[in-house]
Write a protein that binds this ligand. Structure first.
Ligand SMILES: Cc1ncc(COP(=O)(O)O)c(C=O)c1O
Length: 508
């Protein structure tokens, strides 16, 4: 038998533990080192580092990216002397955000919410949850079987948007839910409102339960002193962070940060995470998290400083356009708004006599401007940590001038007709039980009194009116219908026209 050339295999078989500090990206570097060696790739994926890929895919993604598409359980990357580069990358992320432990997620912040719910279900069954949590938390309730007690966020009647949960509201909900194992709040919101996380944490801890914060929109907050403080630094116990939204990792990558807390078990979170993750985590997503952490930790303050300056100038330029206004720090102090995150540029269009539903599609048609979100009164443009914000801000301002010149003038529209939503119906069964129950589809008008098997959230303001497991009430059904009749929209429903609704078949 021919002797193996040991030098050819040694790089893959005898790695050193990973070292390095914030300036390094150990996982990304390990991937690149593997690709550089041009090793024998007798493993998945079948495109073999790009050699076997469709030529257009190779051209579109670039050979470099495909060469770094490397599976799990590879020596010198996530196997070998500890810490492996994969472990070290997560340690560096924990250091950057001040966590006891950080996990990289390859199914977005959605996965973080699923993991949080699965981990809590080990501790009991009652969970206090902000009513307008992201749908992934509702899915987490379905997966885990937790029974929610919902708490309403503060509603901004003027802008007809929902802000954050207040400590007082959380206190009432926890008092009414003696068996609660945890509480969850969302901060910042889509519109940039930041909750009083320190106050929420104090309340949760006074009941002996952990505070989970869905900080999907706030991964950048840790990196500039002029931004509102981030949730971990204010006492949150578990933080879900959608790193791809603003900090610049690739879409679908996110992080879960465990605080320095005794209220949650790290091993349970770890096990829940593997349950809810592919056994083939994508190395490009993971590598992008490692790199995004480095960029934020090393250059975040400088980059964010430039972005904040550019956004201040962009806000001033938008304000100078007749009829337009922007949300800013002055929001802080309104009910449910403790502080404001300026990286969302929320444009108040009420003074134009037009709605966001009219303006945003015209901006797309005229100038190929794609906004993150538009509603009746407010349109939201998102800015990232490292982009050229002054150039992009100028593009946005020019497009706003263009659209306002093109749109025929409108009479000042009346103040919003949208009334605050009525109270939601009682929870008749846990969301999981409703999801798994035998279901039927009934005409919308005959649904009153039935148990919903789906969610219905009328926009504005987007606070769910109905969630799986709740009994449908007449006022909620009327409210949804009248919101739609006034030009609002509906999320969650399987029948967007709302002629029918999916309900649970109750045994006699
Ligand atoms: C508050 C909140 N949480 C969680 C998510 C899910 O994030 P991801 O898309 O990373 O799964 C979103 C997505 O928009 C969100 O807004």
């Amino acid at each position: 038998m021919a002797e193996l050339d040991q030098s050819a295999v040694r790089p893959g078989s005898a790695p050193e533990p990973a070292r390095g500090g914030p300036e390094d990206a150990p996982y990304l570097e390990a991937l690149r080192e593997y690709a550089r060696r041009n090793p024998g790739r007798f493993h998945v994926p079948g495109h073999k580092g790009g050699a076997g890929a469709d030529p257009e895919l190779r051209e579109a993604f670039g050979e470099g990216a495909l060469a770094l598409d490397i599976p799990a359980l590879m020596q010198g990357i996530d196997v070998g002397p500890e810490p492996t580069p994969f472990q070290r990358a997560q340690e560096l992320a924990a250091e950057a955000w001040g966590a006891k432990r950080t996990w990289f997620l390859i199914n977005g912040a959605s996965q973080g919410n699923h993991v949080a719910c699965m981990s809590l279900a080990q501790m009991g069954s009652e969970f206090v949850v902000q009513r307008n949590v992201h749908s992934s938390t509702i899915d987490g309730l379905v997966i885990s079987g937790l029974r929610p007690t919902f708490v309403a966020p503060e509603l901004d009647a003027e802008l007809v948007i929902a802000h954050c949960l207040t400590p007082e509201a959380l206190d009432r909900a926890l008092r009414d839910t003696p068996g609660a194992v945890a509480a969850q709040a969302v901060s910042p919101t889509y519109f940039g409102a930041v909750a009083d996380v320190a106050g929420l944490a104090e309340v949760a801890h006074s009941y002996g339960v952990p505070l989970i914060v869905d900080e999907a929109w706030g991964a950048h907050l840790a990196f500039h002193p002029d931004l509102p403080a981030h949730a971990l630094s204010l006492g949150a116990d578990l933080v879900i962070s959608s790193t791809h939204k603003i900090v610049g990792s690739m879409t679908q990558s996110a992080m879960l940060h465990l605080g320095h807390t005794d209220l949650l078990d790290e091993r349970v979170i770890d096990r829940s995470l593997t349950l809810l993750e592919s056994t083939s985590p994508n190395s490009l997503l993971t590598g992008s998290l490692d790199a995004a952490r480095r960029q934020a930790a090393v250059h975040g303050e400088e980059l964010l400083g430039e972005t904040l300056e550019a956004l201040a100038a962009t806000r001033a330029a938008i304000r100078a356009i007749p009829g337009l206004d922007v949300l800013d720090d002055s929001m802080a102090g309104r009910p449910g708004v403790f502080a404001y995150d300026p990286l969302r540029l929320a444009i108040d269009v009420r003074g134009t006599g037009r709605t966001g539903y009219e303006i945003a599609p015209q901006m797309l048609r005229l100038d190929d401007i794609n906004l993150e979100l538009f509603a009746e009164n407010v349109m939201v443009a998102v800015f990232g940590l490292g982009e050229n914000a002054s150039r992009e801000g100028a593009k946005l301002v020019a497009a706003l001038h263009h659209v306002m010149d093109e749109l025929p003038a409108a009479e000042d529209r009346e103040a919003s007709m949208f009334a605050p939503p009525p109270p939601w119906g009682p929870l008749a069964m846990a969301p999981r039980d409703a999801f798994l129950a035998t279901q039927e589809i009934v005409p919308f008008r005959e649904a009153e009194g039935r148990i919903a098997a789906e969610s219905l959230a009328a926009y504005p303001p987007g606070i769910p009116n109905v969630l799986p497991g709740e009994r449908l009430t007449g006022p909620s059904l009327d409210y949804i219908q009248s919101t739609l009749a006034q030009g609002g929209s509906l999320r969650g429903a399987s029948d967007r026209k709302l002629e029918t609704i999916r309900v649970v078949v109750e045994k006699a």
